[in-house]
Design a protein around this ligand. Structure first.
Ligand code: ADP
Ligand code: MG
Length: 351
């Protein structure tokens, strides 16, 4: 597949700062795909977007858009000349202009009226042309911002924290809408988010960042099931981390809670010491479950039952496991419990 954007070893340090905001970042984004830069506040997500848009200049590395060099040691293409649409975190709409004027702002082609109609249709806002933007809801304002970004038929749309100002119900709707709109416009989308749920739901690929450095890149399912290091395991969902030793045959790992199945035998050696991440939703209650524990506490959170189960090993050392069970399960504090864990939720991680 064609590459829409490529970053090669991009580094950016702000003036007066000791640490680079973005450090040696390399990334390829396929045309037509949606990727999300995911990470905690301050990890360099917005800076990466601003570098791609041309609002910041990297001190080293190269940025290609549509195969053309935009930023490099001797090359600099300014933001207006890059075929990029940006949706800012606060939408940055012009408050004194109506919907149609906002969308058409800066559009100089002859087909302006027609193009504004086209993008209004894409974002489901036909009929809103003359409305002042301050009369619109958060979701509608976001649609206008997206329509404005799409109007010039950019190769790439950049969206900075697009869902952070929306309440939970609207968030879910807008996640689906933004995905539908980007796919319909055949645009490549790069989103920034600190919310793992948003990132998992909307993206073809997620890129997890920490301290300006990419930690892992992959499909949402892959990153969730097989986090590569302890940071990713803890940031993208929750995890039980524990050490283990690979058994002969490499299909089982001995841990403080007993033998744990693992699919990643191709990267393991017999007798090797490893760090494991066990996702809380990898467990189920089973008569023949190999993990025996006692219910310490539980809380019903609607979609699932969240429980802590204490597992005692032969040396009388206790491990407290976090597990998610079906909300219909009935638990009592102090109940003994047998659990089975699925290898699909067990991942070998690096530190
Ligand atoms: P994120 O979007 O992931 O929250 P940013 O890219 O905004 O992170 O910031 C990355 C780092 O760069 C942070 O440490 C932040 O304080 C710093 N930073 C961001 N913008 C500036 C700036 N204009 N001047 C100096 N430091 C900045
Ligand atoms: Mg930011």
């Amino acid at each position: 597949m064609e590459t829409a954007i490529e970053l090669k070893g991009i580094t950016k340090t702000y003036k007066g700062e000791a640490q680079a905001a973005v450090c040696n970042v390399s990334l390829k984004v396929k045309r037509g795909s949606i990727i999300t830069l995911l990470g905690p506040s301050g990890c360099g997500k917005t800076t990466t977007l601003r570098l791609i848009a041309g609002f910041e200049r990297p001190e080293s590395g190269e940025i290609y858009i549509g195969g053309k060099l935009m930023a490099g040691e001797k090359t600099w293409v300014s933001a207006e000349k890059r075929k990029i649409g940006m949706v800012f975190q606060d939408y940055a709409l012009f408050p004194h202009l109506n919907v149609e004027e906002n969308i058409g702002f800066g559009y100089r082609e002859k087909d302006k009226k027609q193009r504004v109609q086209e993008v209004l249709e894409m974002v489901n806002l036909l009929g809103f042309e003359k409305k002042g933007v301050h009369h619109l809801s958060g979701g509608q304002q976001q649609r206008v911002a997206l329509a404005r970004a799409l109007a010039k038929k950019p190769d790439v749309i950049l969206l900075d924290e697009p869902f952070s100002n929306l309440d939970t119900n609207l968030k879910q709707t807008m996640r689906n809408e933004v995905k539908r709109i980007l796919k319909k416009a055949n645009a490549t989308g790069i989103l920034v988010s600190h919310d793992q749920k948003d990132a998992l739901a909307i993206s073809d690929e997620i890129v997890v960042m920490k301290d300006g450095i990419i930690q892992q890149k992959g499909s949402p399912k892959r990153v969730y099931q097989f986090p590569r290091n302890a940071f990713v395991a803890g940031f993208v969902g929750e995890s039980n981390m524990m050490e283990g030793v690979v058994q002969p045959g490499k299909r089982w790992i001995t841990t403080e809670i007993g033998s744990i199945p693992c699919n990643q035998y191709h990267i393991l050696s017999e007798g090797e010491k490893v760090l494991l991440s066990l996702r809380p939703n990898g467990f189920e209650i089973a008569e023949d479950g190999e993990i025996e524990g006692v219910v310490e506490s539980f809380s019903y959170v609607g979609e699932y039952l969240e429980a802590r189960v204490g597992v005692m090993n032969e040396q009388k050392k206790k491990t407290s496991l976090l597990i998610y069970l079906h909300p219909n399960e009935i638990l009592q504090q102090g109940d003994p419990l047998k659990l089975r864990v699925s290898a699909n939720f067990v991942s070998v991680v690096k530190n």
